[in-house]
Design a protein. Structure first.
Length: 448
């Protein structure tokens, strides 16, 4: 990084970072036991929340240069935001982290391959649902055509790092395109609806995890919800916001606000904690935009995880939930717990299933190491965190690990594969609940 670029970054820190927010950090250290990277690095302050805030302030004040060591510390952060609930000063660490990552990303010179990759992912793929669908269709063809088997037999994947080879094994089976038909705009209930909700389908959830989205719609029907699914919705922008593409995230936020704002619904429902945490902070993302600030606030106030809605309408008492006897544990989605403040509702639903022996995992609220694309860009730390997580899973003797976020789900499947625990499965809570619900009620097949 040249001196000129370092100077420009420092200037942007001075212009864009909130001094009050930086000074709110009292250096008390309450965040330290909650920070996975601080723990895994043996108590290295540089990889703690208060240490990173100190680095941000030092760059802003001109005391240090925004060099590679500063960037390494910021990139090592999972962004799990476990530090926020325990902070007595209420420091919005996640907002600071997103801001500095955006500044560095926009100012730092990147190699041509990195530039091309970022453009393809952030600009050409995720903001375009049709392209996402086609890309996932190609993955499905790879899985079903025999190509995947041939690639594995020829050991062509050996050029990839071990964790990436294992990740290829745990990707979900992609249903053919004909089974991923467009959702109807509205799904009615037979009786007077208990709630009128909109469903945020997501980009990866509606392509790679389409069966979980279908299960979500079925559960909402059973719960007595009238469902609206606006076709003009787009990617939530979380990946962009966390990866230094804040302006693109704002563009996606505006598209989604426009898609949902006139629907007159009680809630906007989702089944992915990572998406939900970003959606419910659109008011912060667009807070300085006079045209969008109030609209973003109204949107954010309606965001709710499906588990909260199911508990609210007493779903677990209205239907008999039953599975074959099994030990179940739950891995919190960091953003669902730390940002959306949803922790009890999933546990309430799981404990209501007959046949389930629910066992709380030690440090279930600690990040699993997925963190968006963290397990790809920071594989060593991610796998170190995952290995510790799997030790806690083993201690519960669970045969089923339940999650509420696609990244967590894949990470737990990765952990199961790495540990060779063939008797253990990882499943999204929505899929498990649909598996458990016992009903003769006829569901509307139009969304299938």
């Amino acid at each position: 990084m040249t001196k000129t670029i370092e100077k420009e970054i420092q200037q942007q820190f001075q212009e864009r970072l909130n001094d009050d927010e930086l000074l709110n950090c009292m250096r008390c250290g309450f965040c330290l036991p909650s920070c996975p990277t601080y723990i895994e690095t043996g108590g290295n302050e540089v990889h703690s929340p208060r240490g990173r805030i100190a680095l941000m302030k030092a760059v802003k004040d001109g005391l240090i240069e925004p060099d590679e060591e500063v960037e390494k510390s910021l990139n090592m952060c999972l962004g799990c935001r476990a530090c926020e609930p325990v902070c007595p000063s209420g420091v919005n660490y996640g907002h600071l982290l997103e801001e500095v990552r955006d500044i560095i990303s926009q100012k730092k010179k990147q190699s041509m391959p990195v530039k091309v990759l970022r453009r393809v992912v952030f600009k050409e793929l995720f903001p375009h649902p049709n392209r996402m669908n086609r890309a996932v269709s190609l993955l499905g063809i790879y899985q079903r055509s025999g190509l995947q088997k041939a690639v594995r037999n020829l050991k062509l994947l050996n050029v990839l790092p071990e964790h990436m080879r294992t990740m290829e094994k745990v990707l979900p089976s992609i249903p053919p395109a004909k089974e991923r038909k467009k959702h109807p705009d509205k799904i009615q209930t037979k009786n007077k609806p208990l709630k009128r909700v909109a469903f945020f389908t997501g980009c990866l959830m509606d392509t790679m995890f389409r069966e979980t989205n279908n299960a979500t719609i079925k559960l909402l029907q059973l719960a007595g919800c009238e469902i609206v699914i606006p076709p003009s919705q787009n990617c939530c922008g979380a990946l962009h916001g966390h990866s230094g593409e804040k302006e693109l995230a704002k563009d996606l936020a505006k598209q989604n606000i426009e898609a949902f704002e006139n629907l007159q619904v009680d809630y906007i429902i989702l089944n992915a904690g990572g998406c939900g945490a970003f959606l419910c902070e659109y008011d912060h993302l667009l807070g300085n935009d006079p045209e969008w600030a109030e609209r973003a606030k109204r949107f954010a106030e309606k965001i709710k995880d499906i588990s909260e809605v199911l508990v609210e309408v007493d779903f677990h008492n209205r239907y008999r939930l039953e599975l074959n006897d099994q030990v179940v544990t739950y891995q919190d989605s960091c953003h669902l717990r730390n940002v959306m403040k949803t922790a009890q509702a999933p546990r309430t639903l799981l404990k209501a299933i007959n046949g389930v022996d629910f066992r709380e995992m030690k440090e279930a609220d600690r990040c699993c190491g997925s963190a968006g694309v963290y397990n790809i860009v920071q594989p060593e730390m991610s796998m170190q965190i995952l290995d510790q997580k799997m030790k806690h899973v083993k201690d519960t003797k669970a045969t089923t690990i339940v999650t509420a976020n696609p990244g967590c789900l894949l990470q737990m499947k990765l952990g199961i594969e790495r540990e060779g625990q063939k008797h253990v499965r990882a499943v999204h809570i929505v899929d498990l609940l649909l598996e458990a619900v016992k009903t003769n009620e006829q569901l509307d097949p139009s969304h299938m």
